[in-house]
Structures are given as structure tokens and as C-alpha cells.
Design a protein. Structure first.
Length: 279
């Protein structure tokens, strides 16, 4: 039963030691709000990220398989869904946003992928980074950072496509998908955490990962570096507002649930509104 505990002790959602249900920090690992507002015992089975990693990995895999199945030659041609099908399911970029007026794809594009390797590496990064950010900021704030980073990443990519000044490697994209933008946002949150808390090793790790992935964007063709840059900036700024030195609040979790719900609605709406273009 999903029941809130209001007194006594609970198990810290991160390290497993006993803490007071109303403690602001875990005395052992420093986890913010270790009792999860008294819902810790019920939520603990979902993990410290409140089930976000299974949700986002499962959702992206389902959408990837769906995009392959619905693409006429997707399975036969390098396990890559067609651009038409990606637009149908919620790809972002200059064409969907400006030509078709599908501005909500800033939310949905991060859940779509263009190839088997694309989704494979992004899922690995999500599984690595999301639990770590949840440990540092709390699950609710991690989900908010992830969502905001996707929006800022794809928004910048769309804007750069129409930029009057041509910047090499940062020209934006006509059509863009992938979880790389919000992944860079999580890295931006790591960098800010290191700066805000004085944990230089955390900040340096986030910056090193971002630089490694950034260099790959200059070497490999077809990489949307503008989305990466926008995602990193969005994650950094969001974590600046969601101060990691302050305890996570109930409203953070409420906003996080809202982010997931609105994203789900946006994906459904993408399909519904795109159908007339493909008849």
C-alpha cells in the first residue's frame, strides 16, 4: 500500500542506513531528503531515481522499435527508421518546428533515435548518469534537469539552423532526434554541482565526459553539436536554480511527474497531428 510514514525511522534511499523520517540530510552519505517525505519505504523499490531510468530507457526502446516497424525499409536499411517516421513520432529541428509548427517536439525528440548504435550508447549514458544526478540532486530535480535540457538543446539547434552567421560544426539541424541533448544537460548539472559544493572531482568528471563527447561531435558526421551545447547550458542553468545545497522539496517531485506526463502527452499529440501529412 502506498502509505506515507510520518514518524520514526526509515531507510535512506541511497545508502540504506536508518535515518529519521523527517531528516533533511542523511548523516552517512549526505543524500538530500533521505526519507522522501515519508514515502521512502513505498518508493524504495523503484530505486533512488524513482524508476526514471526504466521509464526513459523502456520508452525510448519502445519508440525506436515502433519507428522501425512503421518505416517501410527501416529494418532492412541499417536498422534506421525513416526521417518521415521520426517526424511522425516527434522529431524536432527546423522543419518540424518552423515549417510544420510542431513546437512541442522540443519535449519529444529526446525519446527518439536514428539508429541502433545511437540508442545503444545513449541508453548506456542515461543508465550511468541519471542515478548519479539523482543521488546529488534528488530524483525530482534530476527529472526536471533532464527535461529542461532537452528543451533548450533542441531549441538552440532549431535557432542555429536559421542563424545569419554560419558557425562551423554548430549549424543546427533540419530534423534532429536523440537523448544526447538531455544527457549533456546531466553533465552540465555535474559541473555545476562540483562548482557549487566544492567537489572538484565531481565537476571535473562531468567536464571531462562532456569534452570527450563533444570531440566525438566534431569527428563523426551527422552530430547535432548545437543540441549538445544547448542541452549542457540548459542543464547547468537548471541546476543553478535547483540549488543542490538546498533540500529537495515536495513540489520538485510534483513538477517532475508533470514533466513526464506532459512529455507523454506531447508524444501522443505528435502522432495525432502528423497523420494528415502522411496520408
Amino acid at each position: 500500500m502506498f502509505k506515507r510514514k510520518t514518524e520514526g525511522s526509515v531507510i535512506c534511499s541511497s545508502c540504506g542506513v536508518l535515518v529519521g523520517v523527517n531528516d533533511g540530510d542523511c548523516y552517512n552519505c549526505g543524500r538530500r531528503n533521505p526519507g522522501l517525505w515519508g514515502f521512502g519505504p513505498a518508493l524504495r523499490s523503484l530505486g533512488n531515481d524513482l524508476g526514471f531510468v526504466p521509464i526513459v530507457t523502456g520508452g525510448t526502446i519502445i519508440l525506436y522499435v515502433l519507428s522501425l516497424v512503421l518505416s517501410r525499409d527501416g529494418i532492412a536499411v541499417g536498422l534506421s527508421p525513416s526521417t518521415q517516421m521520426l517526424i511522425l513520432l516527434g522529431a524536432s529541428g527546423a522543419f518540424p518546428v518552423v515549417a510544420l509548427g510542431r513546437w512541442w517536439t522540443f519535449l519529444t525528440a529526446g525519446w527518439l533515435h536514428a539508429s541502433i548504435l545511437h540508442i545503444f550508447f545513449n541508453v548506456l549514458w542515461i543508465r550511468q548518469l541519471a542515478p548519479e544526478i539523482a543521488n546529488l540532486y534528488g530524483a525530482g530535480r534530476m527529472i526536471i534537469i533532464y527535461t529542461v535540457s532537452g528543451i533548450t538543446g533542441f531549441a538552440l539547434s532549431t535557432a542555429m539552423f536559421f542563424s545569419p552567421v554560419s558557425i562551423p560544426f554548430f549549424g543546427g539541424a533540419n530534423v534532429t532526434v536523440g537523448a544526447s541533448a538531455p544527457i549533456f544537460g546531466l553533465l552540465g548539472a555535474l559541473v555545476h554541482y562540483g562548482k557549487r559544493t566544492g567537489s572538484s572531482h565531481v565537476g571535473q568528471a562531468g567536464l571531462q565526459y562532456a569534452l570527450i563527447m563533444g570531440v566525438m561531435g566534431f569527428i563523426m558526421p551527422g552530430i547535432d553539436n548545437s543540441a549538445h551545447l544547448g542541452g549542457f547550458a540548459g542543464g547547468y542553468l537548471a541546476s543553478l536554480v535547483l540549488d543542490p545545497l538546498k533540500p529537495e522539496r515536495v513540489d520538485h517531485l510534483a513538477v517532475a511527474v508533470g514533466c513526464l506526463f506532459v512529455t507523454f502527452v506531447a508524444i501522443v499529440w505528435s502522432v495525432v497531428t502528423a497523420l494528415p501529412y502522411f496520408q
